[in-house]
Design a protein around this ligand. Structure first.
Ligand code: ARG
Length: 439
């Protein structure tokens, strides 16, 4: 292994390590349609499930069987009928559903039971369990359409699933539900998954789908979105694939009903689960109740973090060096930008009330998040605070990033216009430029 490759590997493992810790003992519900239950995709999923289970993640898999049901209907010369994206399951169709779901489930169990040949995990064994964990009732007649044996979830017997997970089993749940009168109902797997995730208060609900995730109007992936924003996208209804139409509302419900995070991931890309779970940025769309980014006031506990964040920018001369003491003394002036609980940016506000001015200092965002708009948000926040304090002008001293400020409404001013106290400290050797903006 070359030295670069080795270091990349070490960095990668270190970057992923906090997640090993966070995910241990947490419940993930992974939902996928019957498309995933065949061939290579299933193999990849089985491998990743093995890895997650080895890390102590409590796994619940929920599967559908649409393509398998279609094939079974065709084989028996039965028509396939849908209304509003949901199958109408008459008695004859129910026989096909039972057959197709049964076969799919058996195939899944087999794939999940395979060892990982020729790896240290070859001996890892996942015990797959399942059973009558979901009770159902008929959907009935909707818009004058009788759905017959298409049902809806009545109750998830969470205690039983939990007991199974406590035994380190992986629970596999099919898209069928039983009724107290002994009938079987065909359920939408996305509904089952939502209900199970909510009942278990799962950490994550993951939908493997036919798209990379949710796209914005320019066709770019939306990496993270709040439930409220996602709902707006849903109502606008543009650019949603068939799967997203079905899964997105479920993802939104789930996070509103207590699931920490719901993820929409491309089912066709091997490794997506791992990239999503073990990198900060992920690869799909993550729906959460609260926004992933937030700003907060720094406290004394943040000093070490701040020093770490500023060090590279001080080293290359973008920022003036500040010692630990200075930062400790001035910690109250700092606002931090967090991504997913990790500090990735900061800015500080120094008011000069006599002159009606304020300095924004130390604006910094880590490389990884340069393009996430955090710099703007920090600047906005500092401006707001300055305005609330009755100040009229905001200035910055910069040597390297003047264009950034110019693009945001600052204009160059002479050092003579600085507040007196600041002018005395002005470092003529550094020859910083002064940029000012009216608040
Ligand atoms: N790895 C983290 C998690 O699984 C963050 C994932 C972020 N994903 C995204 N699409 N923005 O919770």
């Amino acid at each position: 292994m070359g030295i670069d490759e080795a270091m990349r590997f070490v960095d990668w493992v270190r970057a992923a390590a906090p997640y090993f810790h966070t995910f241990r003992g947490k419940t993930f519900v992974i939902a996928f349609g019957g498309e995933v239950a065949q061939g290579e995709l299933m193999q990849d999923l089985a491998n990743d499930c093995n890895l997650l289970a080895a890390l102590g993640v409590r796994l619940v898999l929920v599967h559908g069987a649409r393509p398998q049901i279609e094939r079974e209907l065709a084989r028996r010369d039965q028509a396939s009928r849908y209304h509003n994206g949901l199958r109408i399951t008459d008695a004859a169709a129910l026989e096909c559903v039972k057959a197709a779901v049964g076969v799919t489930r058996i195939d899944l169990e087999a794939a999940l039971s395979q060892g990982l040949p020729n790896t240290p995990m070859a001996g890892a064994f996942m015990r797959i369990t399942g059973g009558n964990f979901v009770t159902a009732r008929p959907l009935g007649v909707v818009d004058g359409v009788d759905y017959h044996y298409t049902g809806t979830v009545r109750r998830v017997i969470a205690e039983e699933i939990t007991a199974d997970l406590d035994q380190q089993n992986v629970v596999l749940i099919s898209n069928l539900g039983v009724s107290p009168s002994g009938e079987i109902f065909n359920l939408a797997m996305e509904e089952v998954a939502e209900a199970v995730a909510v009942a278990l208060r799962a950490e994550k609900l993951i939908y493997l789908c036919d798209a990379p995730g949710l796209l914005d109007n320019e066709g770019r992936l939306i990496s993270a979105i709040t439930a409220a924003e996602a709902e707006r996208k849903l109502n606008a209804g543009v650019g949603l694939t068939e799967d997203l139409h079905l899964f997105l509302p479920r993802a939104i419900n789930a996070v509103r009903r207590g699931v920490a995070r719901a993820h929409l991931l491309d089912r066709d890309k091997d490794g997506n689960l791992l990239l999503e779970f073990f990198t900060r940025q992920g690869v799909g769309t993550m729906v959460s109740r609260e926004p992933l980014h937030r700003l907060r006031q720094a406290t004394i506990d943040d000093v070490a973090t701040l020093l770490q964040l500023l060090a590279p920018l001080e080293a290359d001369g973008t920022l003036v060096r500040r010692g630990r003491e200075l930062i400790e003394m001035e910690i109250d002036r700092f606002t931090l930008a967090e991504h997913d609980g990790v500090v990735v940016g900061c800015a500080a506000l120094y008011p000069f009330p006599e002159e009606g001015m304020a300095e924004m200092a130390c604006l910094a965002v880590t490389n990884e998040f340069r393009r996430a708009g955090l710099g703007e948000r920090l600047m906005q926040h500092i401006s707001d605070r300055a305005r609330q304090a009755g100040l009229r002008e905001l200035f910055v001293l910069t040597t390297r990033t003047e264009h950034w400020f110019r693009e945001r409404g600052f204009h160059e001013a002479s050092p003579d216009t600085l507040p007196a106290r600041k002018r005395d400290l002005y470092n003529f050797q550094r020859r910083s430029k002064v940029y000012v903006k009216t608040l």
